[in-house]
Design a protein around this ligand. Structure first.
Ligand code: SF4
Length: 77
C-alpha cells in the first residue's frame, strides 16, 4: 500500500500569460491573496505557494479572467 503524506501532496501550479493581461482587475477582486496589479498595471502573483484553501478562489480568478491569462496546471502525478 502506498501512503501519501501531506508533504508529498502537490498542488496545482499557476502559469500567468502576463503579455495578454488587459488589467481588468477581475482576478484581484476574486483572490487578492494571490494576485495583484503591478506598477505597469499587469497581473502578478504575490504568493508563490498559495495555501490549499485558496485554490477555490484562485480557480474563480482564472474563470473570470476575460482573456485567459491565468492558466492552472493540475498535478498529473
Ligand atoms: S482578470 Fe485577467 S486581464 Fe484582468 S487583471 Fe487579472 S489576469 Fe489581467
Amino acid at each position: 500500500m502506498t501512503r501519501t503524506t501531506e508533504s508529498e501532496t502537490t498542488m496545482p501550479t499557476i502559469n500567468l500569460q502576463t503579455d495578454f493581461c488587459i488589467a481588468s482587475g477581475a482576478c484581484v477582486l476574486e483572490c487578492p491573496e494571490v494576485f495583484e496589479l503591478d506598477d505597469d498595471g499587469l497581473v502578478s502573483q504575490i504568493d508563490a505557494n498559495p495555501a490549499a484553501e485558496l485554490w477555490p478562489k484562485i480557480r474563480r480568478a482564472g474563470a473570470v479572467c476575460p482573456v485567459g491569462v491565468i492558466e492552472i496546471i493540475e498535478d498529473e502525478s
